[in-house]
Design a protein around this ligand. Structure first.
Ligand SMILES: *[C@@H]1O[C@H](CO)[C@@H](O)[C@H](O)[C@H]1NC(C)=O
Ligand SMILES: *[C@@H]1O[C@H](CO)[C@@H](O)[C@H](O)[C@H]1NC(C)=O
Ligand SMILES: *[C@@H]1O[C@H](CO)[C@@H](O)[C@H](O)[C@H]1NC(C)=O
Length: 211
């Protein structure tokens, strides 16, 4: 009984009294989080994001980002698409709601490739691309994606492209449920405006029919 009372009191203290504190990047300069520090938020969620990409810009970008977010803007999961060269991007995001719960930057694990394969192509400024090759997918990318639309990475200009390759189920769930022709952010660092996005299950390399 006493424990219950205390818990109730604590909960109300936290929800009414003190704003949530999150680790935040005060400045993102040259793709580096400068001045990572705890800050009081007006939002209700702490977000931690790691991103590696080499498609939107020509360079090989790798960064981690921390901030406060509204629940609906923090989309947890493993989002990645790839296919030969260029490899596109990998994003991992976590959302939590206790003080400074996003303290530890996410470390993206090195990739290894499994038996699943997808047809691959990439063409800028086009709504469609012609399959040039088939590639083994990184483990975890169990879907084959067909995408066309605008993609943008924080700090770079948007790219209009058609792409086929491997994707994670989290990315497929995100991208195939977006309304077409509307610009939407994925955890601040990426933005999409979809013309077409479909995903099917990737098949092992012995599977040849349908390619
Ligand atoms: C930006 O970052 C890259 C890679 O970390 C580094 O080589 C370069 O010197 C930096 N540029 C500036 C202006 O700080
Ligand atoms: C890009 O950066 C990642 C992580 O820093 C590294 O593992 C990878 O080998 C780099 N790729 C290229 C093509 O430089
Ligand atoms: C999204 O792309 C469509 C074309 O596919 C364009 O008409 C529309 O203006 C874009 N929306 C935004 C917000 O950029």
């Amino acid at each position: 009984m006493r424990i219950l009372l205390c818990t109730g009191l604590l909960l109300s203290l936290f929800s009414v009294g003190a704003p949530l504190q999150c680790m935040t990047c005060l400045y993102l300069y040259n793709n580096t989080c400068l001045m990572r520090q705890a800050r009081k938020c007006s939002e209700d969620t702490c977000r931690e994001v790691a991103l590696q990409s080499n498609i939107f810009a020509e360079d090989n970008l790798s960064l981690t980002y921390s901030d406060c977010a509204n629940t609906q803007d923090c989309i947890p999961g493993t989002f990645s698409i790839s296919g030969g060269t260029p490899r596109f991007f990998r994003m991992q995001a976590e959302c939590c709601n206790t003080d400074v719960c996003n303290e530890n930057p996410i470390q993206l694990q090195p990739e290894s490739f499994g038996p699943l394969q997808c047809p691959f192509c990439f063409t800028k400024n086009a709504n469609d691309c012609v399959v040039i090759d088939t590639h083994n997918c990184p483990i975890g990318e169990t879907k084959c994606i067909t995408f066309a639309g605008f993609m943008q990475q924080a700090g770079t200009s948007q790219v209009w492209a058609a792409f086929k390759g491997c994707a994670t189920p989290d990315f497929c769930n995100f991208i195939t449920t977006l309304p077409t022709g509307v610009r939407r952010r994925l955890n601040v660092l990426l933005r999409f405006n979809v013309t077409q996005a479909t995903c099917v299950d990737a098949q092992p390399s012995s599977y040849t029919s349908g390619l």
